[in-house]
Design a protein around this ligand. Structure first.
Ligand code: SAM
Length: 296
């Protein structure tokens, strides 16, 4: 089919719009780039390897860090079928979740936490979320690196992934470790009115009950399938950000996925820096910010 003048113009406009969108929020890291000033990266998504990018950022600049690292689920290399109905489970089988051993995974987490610690302000806090597959290793590594754990918050999922094989309990929780850089840190942000509001019971205990990310909130790829296997719910990040930051604070997410952290930070009038290695997810982040004033 031949394109008329109008179609061509439309395509050009779309292309220009995309370019503009990219130039406003996206930074593509390169080996030539030696360092980033804070102003340069504030409210930006950096397409690149967190280990390389973090080293180019000056020390002690972030008020809060949220990390949702690979889970290392160690799924078998075959289709997993549901227990009763025998349909195939769409689990987390992404390349970024594969490590050859616990040793390799521990190195990844240790290096990431070491780089992150350097860029945290002395009063900053850090959240790390994971499931039982890795949270215990992460907790040990954090303590070994000198982080001081303030809480673990248990996220109880109201709609967990069903039990696949029927050989153990359905796993309906994830754990968030909340910590400061070391034991001496006393002046960190804790907005207790929100903690009370979100936690269970009158005292607002460290249990948050909310659904996993569903419906329109879930980003889709061009085939209508979920873009990312572990996109976190907006409500979860809202709770994290409201309890542990104030308006104007600067939040880092070095393994940003679909950018839930920066998206919620922006809505709640916080600033962010996000790093993500995978172009496909970065495109998803740009889509998410399409209607934000950052891009207008
Ligand atoms: C569990 S997911 C994060 C999901 C995210 N919280 C969300 O709501 O969409 C972990 C992400 O880490 C990214 N990742 C893995 N290694 C990385 C690296 N070296 N640098 C930057 N990102 C990395 C993966 O591409 C993946 O998107």
């Amino acid at each position: 089919m031949m394109w008329g003048k109008r179609e061509k113009q439309k395509m050009n406009n779309l292309f220009e719009e995309k370019l503009e969108l990219k130039s406003k929020i996206l930074i593509e890291d390169t080996p030539q780039k030696q360092e980033y000033s804070l102003e340069e990266i504030k409210n930006k998504v950096i397409l690149g390897d967190a280990f390389k990018v973090l080293r180019k950022i000056e020390k002690e600049v972030f008020d809060m860090v949220f990390i949702d690292p690979p889970y290392f689920l160690q799924l078998p290399n075959k289709e997993l079928k549901r227990w009763r109905v025998k349909t195939v489970v769409e689990g987390v089988n992404d390349e970024w979740d594969k490590f050859s051993s616990f040793h390799e995974y521990d190195n990844f987490i240790t290096m990431l936490l070491t780089e992150v610690k350097r860029v945290m302000k002395p009063t900053a806090t850090i959240w790390v979320i994971a499931t039982y597959h890795s949270i215990f290793r992460i907790g040990k590594i954090m303590q070994d690196l000198g982080f001081w754990i303030l809480n673990d918050v248990i996220w109880v999922k109201t709609n967990p992934m069903p039990n696949w094989l029927g050989v153990r309990f359905t796993n309906a929780t994830e754990t968030l470790i909340w910590a400061v850089k070391d034991k001496s840190v006393k002046k960190y942000t804790f907005n207790k009115e929100y903690a009370k509001k979100f936690g269970i019971g009158k005292i607002g205990a460290n249990v948050w009950t909310l659904p996993i990310c569903l419906g329109a909130e879930r980003l889709k790829d061009e085939k209508g399938k979920k873009l990312h296997s572990t996109q976190k719910p907006i409500e979860l990040l809202k709770r994290v950000i409201l309890t542990s930051t104030n308006e104007g604070d600067l939040i880092l997410d070095p393994v940003a996925g679909t950018g839930t952290t920066g998206y919620v930070a922006h809505i709640l009038k916080r600033n962010f820096v996000m790093i993500e290695i995978n172009q496909k997810y970065v495109n998803g982040i740009l889509e998410r910010f399409k209607y934000s004033h950052l891009l207008s």
